[in-house]
Every structure is written in C-alpha cells, then in structure tokens.
Ligand binder design. Structure first.
Ligand code: MSP
Length: 499
C-alpha cells in the first residue's frame, strides 16, 4: 500500500491559533483526507514549536516558567484543530521526550560527521523570526523586513552548522528531484537562495536556557529552528523507534512561503549531514492576508478562525479557505468574500442542488431514488470532475480540485433546468433525469469530502446511502454508475441557508 506522510509546520506557542495557522492546517487536512480516499496509508502530523528565545520572552512577560506557559497554550492548538475537524494522526510538542531524544541524535550525527563546529557569532537576530540576519537583509534602522521591528545584536560562542559545504549537494538533489517544491515558482525561490551562496548558521545558544542541550556540550542549547525542523522525523520515531521511522520517512512538508529557507535549504542539508534522506517534497503556501498584511499580533489584525466557524459554520469556513486562494499565492481574507463564496458555491449550488433533487424525488418518485442511466449526458461531466479533482489534489491545489468538483454541481443544476423534471408527469422520463442527478450528487459527495467532511456525510445519508463517505475509494467509487437506486431520499433542512 502506498504510504503518505504529510506534515504542517509546527506553530509557535506565542500566539493563539489564528486564521493563517488554520489555513495551512486545513490544507494539510484536506490533502490527508484525499490521500485516504485514494486508499493510501496516511500519516498526518501537526504540532507546536515550544522552545527558543521568543517563547522564553513571552513566558517571562506572563510571569510564568516557560514550561507552564507552553503547557497552557499548546492545548489551544489541539482544541482548535478538533473544532476544525482536522484529522491529524499525531500532534507533536517539541517539549516531549520523544522529540528531545531525536533532536539529540540528529545533532550528534551532524557533529560526528564534522558538519557542526564551534565558532563565535557576532551579529543580528530577529526574535519573532528566530532568525539571524545580515545587514543587507534588513530594512534601514536595522528593522526586520517581516516584523518591522529592530533586531537584537549579540555576540557569543556558538556551534555552527557548515551549510556552506552543502551548496552543490543541494543543487544536485533538486536536479535529481524535479518538482520537489510545489508550486514551481516557489521552488525557483529556493533554488535562488541556494545558488546565491550559503552561509553557515548557528545551531546553538549559550545565553538562552529554554531549549534542548547539545549532547556533547550542555552549556549550549540547540537553536530553535534546528530543534523544530527535527519534529518531522522525531514524531515518527527517529531516535526512538527505527521501524516506525523507516515506515514513514521521507514525508512531504507543507509550509508557508516565509519558511522556505529553513525547510528547503537548511533542513535537507541537516538530513544529508546526518546520513538521512531529505523530505520527499515541499508544498509551499502563500499568506492569507487581512487588509493586505500578514496576520500578526503586532499588526493587531488577528482573526480567530473559531469565531468564523461559529458564524458561517465549520464546512463553510473550510470551503472558503480551500477554494478561495490558489495554494502558493497570497490570498486576501475578507468577510464579504467569505459570505460571497458561501452564498454562491454552497447555498446556491451545492445546497440548492441537493434540495431540489430531494424535493422532486419526493414529489415525483415517491421519495425513492431511481437508478442512473449508464449513458447519461452527465457521465462525461462526472468523469471530468473526477479527473480534475485528482489532478488538483495531486498538485497540492485544493482550489483547482474543488473548482473541478463544482463544475459537476453546476452541470447537474443546468441539466435539471434544461429538463425541468418538476414540470414533468411522474414516469420514466423523470426517473431517468433524477437518477442521473442523484448519481452526480453521490460523486460530488465523494470528491468534495476532503474539504467538507461533515456536509458530504449528510449528503451521503440523504441520498439513502449507507456507511461513511470517507470509506469510499477513488477512483472506483467516484466512477459513474455507483448509485444503486431504490434508496429512500430525504429532503431535510437546507444544508447551507442563504446569508
Ligand atoms: N514555528 C515556526 C515553524 C517551524 S516548522 C518546523 C513558525 N511558526 S508560525 O506559527 O509563526 O508560523 C508557521 C506557519 O503558519 C507559517 O509558515 C505559515 O505556513 C503559517 N502562517 C502563519 N501566518 C500565516 C498567514 N497569515 N497566512 C498563511 N499562513 C501563515 O514559523
């Protein structure tokens, strides 16, 4: 069985889960669900990034120990993902023992390979980024380009990872793995960074205590990014369960565009140094902006995804974030956009289709769904939807996959409008049209289920189908002709009342 290991970034516990975190996590969830539909053995990981100077400073400000502080915030992520129906198989916290063991092992391997050496760091550091910057990477006044706030200067003895030695090996690896970074233009960004020359980076701090001690020199704690990146392997057993690790690694890392350098440059080099395989690939998302700016506590434009769920409903929210923005590009979140998508795609298209089909079947077919025709005019639209959805999900493009699926909804609504079964006397003609529409809806329920898991289960049940839509398999159960006919079709309440 094909195995698929998917990960989200692990989120800093200095902020409560916001729309940007929810976005990346929902994309990962939908992809994981799609791969399960394909019948693959899927492992979907998310978690929290809990060490480093930033967390230490937040804990200090809150008058708490860092451990107390992270223990309060980390569960907010786990709870938020439950509310958003995220189907993660595991949740890693970098303060867990399994992670610490694996990080120590990774560090030791890189050290033994001669790629970590002691040196002196003199330079500038942005705490919110947890990143070292050179002068030419900063805005005037030594301001971080992302956070628009001054960086700190520090000078201390650090261990350095000799990234500069990996330029050719990284270029060779990307050459041998075309398309490893999706979408392609994000891959070009990463290659540009590598071709531009690589600086060694510090992997330890002595002035900070909140971190994982280096196994050979415990005056130092590991640099938070070295620690955090390792989560993708420590969570699946690196350093603690080799069989499990062998089963899942390498996986695909879903990331935001802000962390390309860490994931597509540092991370594969760290793994190569340790004698491990780099990640199988990277799916890079843009930012979801609010008023043109990245969500952040400092800009004060944080949107709580759970408030939106309370307002528009869980699947309405999930659909919006997946359908509205092409993954890889930036998207602008607006409330009007959310309502607009909801009304057009969910209320007027999907919701309306189910409601009119159930109504006509109730009135003209005694509430029992007729079987579809093999030579239905809708069969080609269904095949195109299956092909388009398959292509879209495979390319990490949920918006394309959903657009292909919605084409089938639109085609089915148009088909009903052309045939007007509501105006026709009960009989074979109505039965034929309604059987086709029911079959189209059944296929839509399968194809849209990664995005709208609860809604599609409801559709499934209203069509009179038994079992779980999530247990269906693609392509077989999304091929034309699967609706058996003869099941009781239920009208029920509107799926998506208009707003
Ligand atoms: N802890 C690091 C990641 C370590 S992964 C080994 C980190 N955390 S973060 O919480 O600041 O952001 C993590 C990711 O959240 C970003 O890369 C991005 O994927 C996502 N987003 C955070 N804000 C976002 C938006 N406004 N829009 C879309 N995604 C954003 O960086």
């Amino acid at each position: 069985m094909t195995r698929t290991y998917l990960t989200t970034p692990i989120y800093y516990v200095t902020a409560k889960p916001h729309l940007g975190h929810a976005y990346t996590t929902i994309v990962g969830d939908a992809l994981a669900r799609w791969h399960r539909l394909l019948g693959e053995d899927v492992h979907f990981l998310t978690g929290t990034d809990e060490h480093g100077q930033k967390v230490q400073e937040y804990a200090d400000a809150a008058g708490k120990s860092p451990q107390e502080f992270v223990d309060e915030i980390a569960p907010l992520y786990a709870e938020a993902w439950k509310k958003l129906n995220i189907s993660n198989d595991d949740f890693i916290r970098t303060t867990e023992q399994r992670h610490k063991i694996g990080v120590a092992e990774l560090l030791q391997r890189c050290y033994d390979a001669g790629d970590i050496e002691l040196d002196v760091y003199k330079g500038k550091y942005c705490v919110p980024c947890e990143e070292y910057y050179t002068d030419d990477e900063l805005d005037p006044g030594d301001l971080c380009k992302i956070h628009k706030r001054p960086v700190e200067y520090y000078e201390e003895e650090n261990y350095f990872f000799r990234l500069s030695r990996f330029q050719q090996r990284l270029l060779d690896w990307y050459d041998a793995h075309p398309g490893a970074i999706q979408p392609e233009f994000r891959g070009n960004e990463a290659l540009g960074l590598i071709r531009g020359g690589l600086r060694d980076f510090s992997v330890s701090r002595t002035s900070l205590k909140w971190g994982i001690p280096l196994p050979w020199d415990d005056k130092h704690v590991a640099y938070v990014w070295f620690d955090a990146l390792a989560n993708y392997i420590t969570a699946v057993g690196f350093g603690s369960d080799n069989d499990e690790f062998g089963k899942w690694w390498p996986g695909v890392n879903l990331i935001g565009k802000d962390i390309i350098r860490h994931h597509c440059v540092y991370w594969p080099a760290m793994l190569m140094s340790a004698g491990l395989e780099p990640a199988a690939g990277y799916a890079v998302g843009g930012w979801l902006l609010v008023g043109g700016e990245k969500l952040s506590k400092t800009s004060g434009n944080v949107v709580n995804p759970l408030d939106l769920v309370d307002d528009i409903g869980l699947d309405g929210f999930r659909y919006y974030v997946l359908a509205e923005t092409a993954y890889g590009q930036d998207g602008d979140f607006t409330y009007e956009g959310l309502i607009g998508r909801y009304n057009s795609d969910l209320a007027n298209n999907l919701g309306n289709l189910l409601s009119r089909v159930a109504t006509v079947v109730g009135k003209k077919c005694d509430g029992v769904g007729p079987a579809p025709r093999q030579d239905s005019p809708l069969a080609a639209a269904a095949a195109a939807a299956l092909a388009g959805a398959t292509e879209g999900w495979a390319a990490y493009q949920p918006s394309k996959a959903l657009d292909a699926t919605w084409q089938l909804i639109r085609a089915t609504n148009a088909y009903l409008e052309t045939n007007e079964p509501w105006k026709t006397e009960p009989g074979p003609e109505v039965d034929a049209v309604m059987g086709d529409a029911l079959e189209a809806l059944r296929i839509v329920a399968v194809l849209a289920s990664p995005a709208l898991p609860d809604t599609c289960q409801i559709v499934w049940e209203r069509l009179g189908l038994s079992g779980q839509v999530s247990d269906q398999r693609v392509p077989v159960n999304a091929a034309w002709g699967g609706y058996p006919g003869g099941t009781a079709v239920v009208k029920g309440d509107p799926l998506f009342p208009r707003r």
